[in-house]
Design a protein around this ligand. Structure first.
Ligand code: PNS
Length: 158
């Protein structure tokens, strides 16, 4: 049986922190679906299509794990049922992430008892990175090199 996981998120944009989690997850699963949330109600820097295209270009090399990039809308549990993937990967950077992540994990499990959330702890060298800080720093003229893949930094500048 294929061990398949979903790594859901906004990924607006994908950062080196997300890539670290994908690499870690690739050692645990045969297949990871990187699922970009399609939420028209949320103001974003990149469209879902742009995000997916960028992610597809910067995916890390993995040994025995297939990486797939998709988008989803609606509830994560419905998407998990549709894809028959009941392991959800989420990265934890600091204790502050935990409360919200715990609530989501429990709510998702309430909605779908088969769904398990697997928390992966981010590497310390990327644990202070977040997409929202990246956007803020970029918008205020700060340097985002080394925090996001080169391609993302270039796309943001263009
Ligand atoms: O990268 P983010 O913004 O932290 O990701 C949040 C995400 C996409 C995982 C979460 O908002 C989500 O799953 N949204 C889909 C709607 C849903 O299922 N909501 C109930 C969650 S308990």
């Amino acid at each position: 049986m294929i061990r398949r996981a979903i790594y859901p998120g906004s990924f607006d944009p994908m950062t080196n922190g997300h890539l670290d989690i994908i690499t870690r997850g690739s050692h645990l699963f045969d297949e990871i679906i990187i699922a970009v949330l399609n939420n028209p109600a949320k103001v974003s820097m990149f469209t879902v299509e742009e995000r997916k295209a960028m992610i597809a270009e910067i995916l890390p090399e993995t040994e025995n794990c297939k990486l797939i990039v998709e988008d989803f809308s609606g509830l994560l549990v419905d998407y998990a049922r549709e894809r028959e993937a009941f392991s959800v990967i989420r990265g934890i950077r600091a204790v502050s992430d935990y409360e919200y992540e715990l609530q989501m994990a429990l709510m998702n499990r309430h909605l779908e008892s088969r769904l398990e959330t697997i928390f992966l702890v981010a590497s310390p060298n990327v644990s202070y990175i977040s997409s929202s800080l990246i956007k803020q720093i970029y918008n205020l003229g700060g340097n985002i090199d080394g925090l996001v893949p080169k391609l993302i930094a270039e796309k943001m500048k263009s």
